[in-house]
Design a protein around this ligand. Structure first.
Ligand code: HEM
Ligand SMILES: [Ca+2]
Length: 607
């Protein structure tokens, strides 16, 4: 078998802990192997283990849990058992000083960031329990009986180069929900929950539960609900009862309601949510023309099945080769090819690893750009917005032509180059303008703290899991990072090489050739994408399933790409054929000439 590295993780015998399914779920499932469509929540995908990969089930662990007490308290230093350095202290001491105050331009554009985030929101959501007070964990520090979920706020030093300016000494952090604490299900050590379906099934659009999904459907013609704003069709908004609040933000006029709760995070993401929603409704329009006898239910599920197949193709054919490197994808069986169909294996656990969600797949936060440019038809800049100041607010893109101007900017501008640091706006003023307690966060500190919160192994252990040479001293790190001086910087903060947090080490690593992440992150990311696909009975090209596409239908699906989707769902005039490459103005689609032909979906209605 040539799929060495991914197999290496598979054959480490990842222990699938079934305690949750056996002890904590009382519902009995009757699954039908003849079902043509996926359930909304991912249940019954695996017929023997109906909850595998479903929403609200625990992540798996690639290794044991690393907690100080073996149960839930955060990891401590290897030598003396003292707390690890504050996540913010690491960000300031190792990354901040080396972060340029502008984005270094990349060979790819903003779409790589945006598709990545849209995809992340399909497969993973490891939330804190915001329903349980207090809202702002910093406010209760120093009091007696601090709730467990608030015991890991991030300490900020008085001389912090950015937070001292606004007198911030504490970053609120709420620990992720776990089986034992939030679902009353005694699993120890604790394990966080995935509130999304682990499958690539567009659950960020349709909703990860039957209830949420139903609330977004119009129940007419298979469509998702829309409303008209400024003469354009958008998805529905959240019922705000006259309040002007969107998520954590005051004074906004527009706030959308979609399958994933993070959908309003910023306008780049909203562009994807809106265009994919319009794509679904366009498909159902075409299907009803071909098959006028189809009822709403059939149209909805057939449309959904096409949208999902489309997303899966973009992920495995177009996106992962850019993120991980094309040759690597070929060698570990992640590539998609027309004649080599995906083999479904019911023994593969499709659920993602906590090491993936809490850490490895966050490395691409390093390409989140500082500024968004809006370009008109002549490619002149009409607006420039700071990412962090326009989070939780859709107002800028609902006026006529604005979605198109944003889209143009995201295609023609070079994106942020993947280097060890995140942009300084999201490491000091993330969610700027939000309500007190939520405002002015640091995503880099959060990512370090989330790793400790969820008990993932330290950096050296990840390298061992991935089969790289063992690390036993700081010296063994020579040659792994962009800059060997970083080893000295790490030594300033960590007592021992065994203490280094995964994401800190992984961000410093040299990127792999032809990819955007280092070798350790790549190995963990590949493992979860392998699971999510090969453990998915409904993956679009798995043959001989009740819902398998015909060869003619597959030909149509293969002919589609992201640029065509944007052509079909917006009023944009033209787009580069390769959606991820800036400045490729030679190979363009004239959007007026793009049509979607779903002919192979016409069925004989006499049968
Ligand atoms: C504009 C760009 C982005 C912003 C502002 C952003 C922001 C955030 C925030 C605030 C969180 C929650 C952190 C926590 O509380 O633990 C998060 C989580 C996450 N992000 Fe991003 N992100 C961006 C892009 C991306 C990209 C490009 C990827 C991957 C390709 C990504 C992957 C993830 C993952 C895997 C998580 C954890 C999700 C979970 O399971 O809860 N993000 N991001
Ligand atoms: Ca999903």
């Amino acid at each position: 078998d040539s799929f060495d590295e991914v197999n290496l993780i598979k054959t480490r015998k990842v222990v699938i802990d079934n305690t949750f399914y056996e002890k904590c779920v009382s519902k009995q499932f009757t699954c039908y192997s003849s079902a043509k469509y996926r359930s909304m929540d991912g249940t019954c995908n695996n017929l023997q283990n109906p909850l595998w990969g479903s929403s609200f089930s625990p992540y798996i662990r690639l290794d044991k849990a690393y907690y100080a007490d073996g149960n839930f308290s955060m990891r401590v230093q290897f030598r003396d058992g003292k707390p690890l350095p504050s996540a913010r202290t690491l960000q300031v001491g190792i990354f901040w000083m080396q972060t340029p105050s502008w984005d270094i331009p990349d060979i790819n554009n903003y779409q790589v960031n945006q598709f990545g985030q849209y995809l992340a929101h399909d497969i993973t959501l490891m939330p804190s329990n915001f329903a349980v007070p207090p809202n702002d964990c910093c406010e209760v520090q120093g009091q007696k009986n601090i709730p467990l979920s608030c015991q890991a706020v991030i300490k900020v030093e008085a001389n912090d180069p950015s937070y001292s300016i606004i007198n911030k000494t504490c970053l609120p952090f709420k620990r992720a929900m776990t089986a034992a604490i939030d679902f009353n299900c005694p699993i120890f050590p604790q394990i966080p929950f995935n509130q999304q379906t682990a499958f690539i099934d567009a659950s960020q659009l349709y909703g990860p539960t039957p209830k949420k999904a139903a609330s977004l459907r119009s129940f007419q013609g298979g469509k998702l609900k829309t409303e008209e704003i400024n003469g354009q069709k958008f998805g529905i908004q959240v019922q705000r009862n006259g309040s002007k609040l969107c998520g954590g933000r005051n004074n906004v006029n527009y706030c959308f309601n979609r399958g994933d709760v993070r959908n309003n995070q910023h306008f780049g993401l909203i562009l994807y949510e809106e265009t994919f929603l319009r794509f679904h409704n366009l498909i159902t329009d075409l299907l009803i023309e071909l098959n006028p006898h189809w009822i709403d239910e059939t149209l909805y599920h057939e449309g959904r099945r096409i949208v999902i197949a489309f997303e899966e193709i973009i992920v495995y054919r177009d996106y992962l080769p850019i993120l991980l490197g094309k040759d690597y994808c070929d060698s570990v069986g992640l590539s998609l090819s027309k004649d080599n169909k995906t083999v479904y294996d019911p023994t593969i656990m499709p659920q993602l690893a906590v090491e993936f969600s809490a850490a490895a797949f966050r490395i691409p936060h390093n390409v989140a750009p500082m500024f968004y440019y809006f370009l008109d038809q002549n490619y002149d800049v009409t607006e420039i917005y700071k990412l962090n100041e326009f989070m939780g607010i859709a107002d800028q893109i609902v006026p006529i032509n604005k979605l198109e101007e944003l889209l143009r900017g995201m295609c023609y501008n070079q994106g942020r180059s993947p280097l060890p640091n995140y942009n300084p706006l999201i490491t000091s003023r993330l969610f700027h303008g939000w309500v007190k307690g939520a405002a002015d966060q640091d995503l880099a500190s959060i990512d370090v703290q989330r790793g400790r919160d969820s008990g993932i192994p330290p950096y050296y252990k990840f390298r061992e899991i991935c089969g790289f040479k063992n690390i036993t001293s700081f010296n063994d790190l020579v040659g792994i990072f962009y800059d060997d001086f970083d080893i000295g910087r790490l030594q300033l903060f960590y007592d021992s090489v065994f203490d280094i947090d995964f994401i800190v080490g992984a961000l410093l690593e040299k990127n792999v050739e032809g990819g955007m992440v280092g070798e350790t992150a790549r190995c963990i990311i590949a493992d979860s994408f392998f699971r999510s696909r090969n453990g998915d009975r409904f993956f679009f090209d798995v043959p001989d399933q009740p819902g398998s596409f015909t060869e003619e239908q597959l030909d149509v699906l293969w002919s589609l790409d992201l640029s065509q989707l944007f052509c079909l769902t917006t009023n944009i005039d033209q787009l580069p054929v390769d959606i991820f490459k800036p400045l490729e103005v030679l190979d363009m689609y004239d959007c007026k000439s793009i049509e979607l032909n779903l002919g192979p979906w016409k069925v004989d209605n006499t049968g």
